[in-house]
Design a protein around this ligand. Structure first.
Ligand SMILES: [Zn+2]
Length: 82
């Protein structure tokens, strides 16, 4: 099922943006969000990630939209309970 995907080098402007982004996240905490279907670590979010991200799980192929902020609140609520 090999798809014929053409890969080309990003433009110089884009490469510069990629480098800048890498530097920007170097000092940030990152956290992984697991796929709700197979528990595989599907996406990585950084401290400045806000709002919704969509990710397709590499393992099971499910596409899920995550609301990063609401998931953070969910996690906080977790510790208050009990
Ligand atoms: Zn999955």
């Amino acid at each position: 099922m090999a798809k014929d995907i053409r890969v080309s080098e990003p433009s110089l402007e884009m490469q510069e943006k990629i480098k800048r982004a890498r530097r920007a996240i170097a000092s940030q905490k990152m956290r992984t969000v697991k796929c709700p279907y197979c528990q595989h670590n599907t996406i990585v979010v950084f401290e400045d990630t806000r709002g919704h991200v969509q990710a397709k799980c590499k393992r099971c192929g499910h596409e899920t939209v995550f609301d990063v902020l609401s998931m953070r609140r969910l996690k906080l609520g977790f510790y208050q309970g009990g």
